[in-house]
Design a protein around this ligand. Structure first.
Ligand SMILES: [Fe+2]
Length: 488
């Protein structure tokens, strides 16, 4: 090897490191130690057999009966190679059942071709959102790369484990046994069906799949039967994890994180170009060729809240907006390392308003937020409340509380557990026989870091700031999940 200035400088750096002060040594040890939040991305080695949870606070509200299904990555590391990004771990479907005041938990991994291959090789080899993979990957179709790890949709007695780049993976809702990838129409086999379906007031379901600047728009019955699928062209090839909808329109928020060059991992294909601003594309559900565009300042995002349209044509929806995509690229990589400082800033809950005259504006709640969710009875319809996880801040990744934003009053009602908890997304469960927005519970798990266990909480929407009305604790810690769905 020919000596060079670069090698010389590296040698000099190594020399200076050799004269370390005690402070430097302690800092280095702290850097290497597992972070307090490391359980969020710990590996789960096997399925979790059904088990009772212990009630540790309050009592289950009368009338609350049903199952919270949740999906999220739960296996990242194998002897011969690891997933280097939070979004690339194997999907684990959790089932938290509340019945007769008791709660139970079971969880099973989605039995994907990716997981089978990687179990056989004892190495993560499949390329993903932020994991490069290698030549040992066995990919004949997009579904072969599916981690089936992002979200869940309930269709009758089945649940669909959703991912971003391929088909839904059907699992039995009772046993969580993996059954098959869902082909909605033979000629559309393997087409992407993303993780954030939107439920319309007419009981049907809309979803999308992205490929470059083309989007396949899926329209389904709640049973999972296909009504129609059409392909539309978007004004830019933007990274799009979530879309939203009003009763009459689909809404695509096109951030300035745009396709730049082919390559893997997937996220490396996109370049952040804030000078492009953010566009909002409105598409008429009744005529997908009828569109309109609004312009907003640049922001990054993963998640939107449901949209609605007011009598004068004004459209509103929530977004968990970020100043850029640092967390998506770097933060979610460090999160899997389980140590050190996680790059990126928390997202903030904002309300986007699109006026009929072509003007668009964003109203900020001023609150750190992710996973905005509304009352399912009002999906696509006017509402006041948005539920979200809260409390994330620089230096402490992931949320530690739950909050309800009231857009009518501008007030944010929050409960914070403190840093011993990692709060997960809540589902909104209407109270039986009631119709007001506040007549609902929030059901969500957390990871209790002090106890080293997963917990399940029930909050009352009307008094979320008072904390959970019931908390159960498991005898196992599951890593943090992404998205859930409730089946009453
Ligand atoms: Fe998501």
């Amino acid at each position: 090897m020919t000596p060079s200035r670069r090698h010389f400088l590296m040698g000099a750096a190594a020399l200076s490191a050799a004269v370390a002060t005690p402070e430097m040594v302690r800092a280095a040890i702290a850097q290497e130690a597992a972070a307090p939040w490391a359980l969020a991305t710990a590996d789960l080695e096997a399925d979790v057999a059904p088990r009772a949870l212990s009630l540790v606070h309050g009592r289950a509200p009368a009338g609350l009966e049903g199952t919270l299904f949740r999906n999220g990555p739960a296996k990242f590391r194998r002897q011969g190679g690891i997933a280097t990004h939070w979004f690339d771990g194997d999907g684990l479907m959790r089932s938290f059942r509340i019945s007769d005041g008791q709660a139970t938990l079971a969880a099973r991994f989605a039995d994907t071709p990716k997981r089978r291959t990687e179990t056989e090789l004892d190495a993560v080899v499949t390329p993903g959102f932020g994991t490069a993979g290698d030549s040992r990957a066995r990919i004949g179709s997009p579904d072969d790369a599916s981690a089936a790890n992002t979200a869940v949709m309930v269709t009758g007695d089945k649940v669909w484990a959703l991912w971003e780049g391929g088909s839904p993976l059907q699992m039995d809702a009772s046993t969580l046994a993996t059954e098959r990838f869902v082909t909605l129409r033979d000629d559309l086999k393997g087409m992407p069906f993303q993780a954030h379906p939107r439920f319309a007031p007419d009981g049907t379901v809309w979803n999308v799949g992205l490929h470059g600047d083309q989007a396949i728009v899926w329209h389904l019955r709640a049973s999972g039967e296909l009504i129609d699928a059409q392909v539309i062209r978007l004004p830019r090839a933007s990274y799009l994890h979530d879309f939203t909808a009003t009763e009459g329109h689909l809404i695509f928020v096109l951030q300035p994180w745009v396709f730049d060059h082919a390559g893997m991992p997937y996220a490396t294909q996109f370049a952040w170009k804030p000078e492009m601003g953010t566009q909002v594309l409105l598409v008429d559900k009744a005529d997908l060729t009828s569109t309109r565009i609004w312009e907003l300042p640049a922001f990054g995002f993963f998640h939107l809240g449901d949209g609605w349209e007011e009598a004068d044509g004004t459209i509103r929806f929530d977004v968990a907006a970020n100043r850029d995509n640092t967390f998506a690229i770097e933060g979610a990589r460090v999160l899997v390392e389980g140590r050190g400082t996680v790059p990126g800033n928390p997202s903030e809950l904002k309300l986007v308003t699109l006026y009929p005259n072509g003007r668009a504006e964003m109203t900020s709640s001023g609150v750190a937020a992710e996973f905005p969710k509304g009352d399912p009875r009002r999906a696509g319809l006017e509402r006041s409340l948005t539920v979200h996880v809260a409390g994330e801040r620089g230096g402490r990744p992931l949320p530690n509380g739950l909050a309800v934003q009231d857009w009518k009053t501008g007030r944010n009602h929050a409960f914070n557990f403190g840093d011993d908890q990692i709060m997960e997304e809540a589902v909104f469960v209407p109270k039986p026989g009631a119709s007001a927005e506040r007549d609902a519970w929030l059901v969500a798990p957390s990871i209790n870091l002090a106890e080293g266990m997963t917990e399940l909480h029930v909050f009352d929407v009307a008094s979320v700031e008072n904390g959970p009305v019931a908390t159960w604790r498991a005898d196992v810690a599951l890593p943090a999940g992404f998205h859930g769905a409730w089946r009453g």
